[in-house]
Ligand binder design. Structure first.
Ligand code: NAD
Length: 452
């Protein structure tokens, strides 16, 4: 590992990664490689948890192509020197900001969307002119191995290198000195990464998780709202960091909500056999999720098979914040439904919990919309929709507080992997005596005028 980082640092110091042409050519090469290997990429994830090629394309591969195109088109604009105004105190002078790459970066991915969560930050790192060491999750074994094959057989290790492995390998990587660490995973491991980075004062981005609420108000369009929510929740069998974790529905809408939710679940025909649904990643996680089901509170579903790693989409009612299912991020196909009557109390409750990665609000009431968007802190989200905000690369994607720090996608990803160097450039023909000693009252009065 040490050697890889050394050769990457040497390559970075040669300035080769800094030219825009190099960055664009590498991104284009990577896109071609993905296109050429698409079938194998789909096969690997199917082996990992039976995700179909349709879902894999729409939730990962298509978005990666989009991100590459966006970066190739705009990175010259993002990376160019930006002129800014000079303040009176420094005149005459020119002021500008130079975006510069950080250097040798480490990108650690999660297993649930193993391609986009590793390649998304990698595209941002390349766009900004960095080198990268990539560590896919060991839990999605087949995708980890095809990612390693794709990168290690087609790119020089001094530019991109995949290192496979689990806790031991990640710990060893975290003992090395990087110029940037970009981590996607759980808040618990996020804390380990943050501490390791602190030893070298390495800047970090932490893309973490948490319990993301979906709120349905009294006057929402329930029919369309429930349809969108059910899709977002059970996509990838709930193994999505921004999946709606639980529902808060106004008491007056609860019964209708449940009926519509069951209708939508039936219409969607979720089954692993017909490729509309996926397995849970491993037996350990299947057992963990199953343990969150309180059989006395099942409204719909509840069947499971630990051997085949299957959990039926499950709705649970009469839930309170004290229930076991409300104590941790579910990250699986269980949807607890809590009803509320008092909006202010509900808002206060969410605010008392760790800041969520996402929040979804289903409402047609502008007053409530503005109140919730202004009062509750969360990573990002949607009004009358769920999950889809992830796909708009004109907006930063990231958490806040317990759900993460930093953000990416499009220009925001470029910025995350860059340092912005501020330069004040002065001519030499003019030098006012103001700041120099000997000081005088006249000089101070003049300075005061400039400041005040
Ligand atoms: P995880 O934290 O267990 O693992 C993430 C990565 O950290 C893996 O590559 C793993 O090898 C490594 N790792 C695990 N334990 C480690 C340790 N003790 N020391 C060093 N490295 C270690 O997370 P996961 O199970 O892969 O993913 C699920 C979590 O990730 C959920 O909380 C989910 O919300 C979150 N997530 C967040 C995003 C996002 O974009 N914000 C996306 C996907 C998943």
């Amino acid at each position: 590992m040490k050697e890889i980082i050394e050769i990457q640092r040497e390559f970075f110091n040669s300035n080769a990664t800094k030219s825009f042409d190099f960055r664009i050519s590498q991104l284009k090469k990577f896109k071609k490689l993905l296109k050429y290997n698409e079938e194998a990429i789909h096969t690997a994830i199917y082996k990992d948890f039976k995700r179909s090629s349709t879902e894999n394309y729409t939730a990962e591969i298509g978005l990666i192509y989009h991100e590459i195109n966006n970066c190739c088109k705009n990175l010259k604009k993002w990376g160019k020197r930006q002129k800014v105004k000079t303040n009176l105190l420094n005149m005459p002078a020119k002021s500008y900001i130079i975006p510069e790459p950080l250097g040798v970066t480490l990108i650690i991915g999660a297993w649930n969307y193993p391609y986009i969560l590793l390649f998304g930050p990698m595209i941002a790192a390349i766009s900004a002119g960095n080198t990268a060491v990539l560590k896919p999750s060991e839990l999605s074994l087949n995708t980890s191995s095809i990612i390693a094959k794709l990168i290690n057989e087609n790119f020089e290790p001094h530019f991109l290198k995949v290192i496979e492995g689990g806790i031991a390998e990640t710990t060893e990587l975290l003992n090395q000195k990087f110029d940037k660490i970009f981590f996607t995973g759980s808040p618990a491991v996020g804390k380990i990464v943050y501490q390791a980075a602190a030893k070298n004062l390495t800047p970090v981005t932490l893309e973490l998780g948490g319990k993301s609420p979906a709120i349905f108000t009294e006057d929402c369009n329930l029919k369309i709202g429930v349809k969108r929510l059910i899709w977002a929740k059970f996509l990838n069998a709930g193994q999505t960091c921004i999946a709606p974790d639980y529902v808060l529905v106004h008491e007056s809408q609860k019964e209708n909500f449940l009926k519509l939710a069951v209708d939508e679940l039936k219409k969607a025909q979720y089954s692993i056999e017909n490729d509309n649904y996926v397995q849970i990643i491993n037996r350990k996680n299947t057992q963990r999720i199953v343990d969150l089901i309180d059989s006395s509170k099942i409204y719909y579903g509840g069947n499971f098979n630990i051997e085949t790693r299957y959990i039926e989409p499950t709705l649970m009612t009469n839930i309170t914040f004290e229930d076991k299912v409300m104590q941790e991020e579910i990250f699986g196909p269980i949807l607890p439904i809590i009803s509320y009557t008092n909006l202010d109390e509900m808002i206060a409750k969410i605010k008392s919990l760790p800041k969520p990665l996402a929040l979804y609000l289903f409402t047609n009431n502008n007053f409530i919309k503005n109140k919730i968007l202004n009062e509750i802190s969360f990573g990002g989200g949607a009004v009358n929709d769920a999950v889809m905000h992830f796909t708009n690369s004109n907006m930063p994607f990231g958490g806040v507080g317990n759900s993460g720090t930093g953000s990416y996608h499009g220009k925001y990803g470029f910025n995350e992997f860059s340092h912005f160097k501020s330069i004040l450039s002065k001519p030499t023909f003019f030098e006012p005596p103001l700041k120099y000693s000997p000081y005088s009252k006249t000089k101070l009065n003049f300075i005061k005028k400039i400041f005040e």
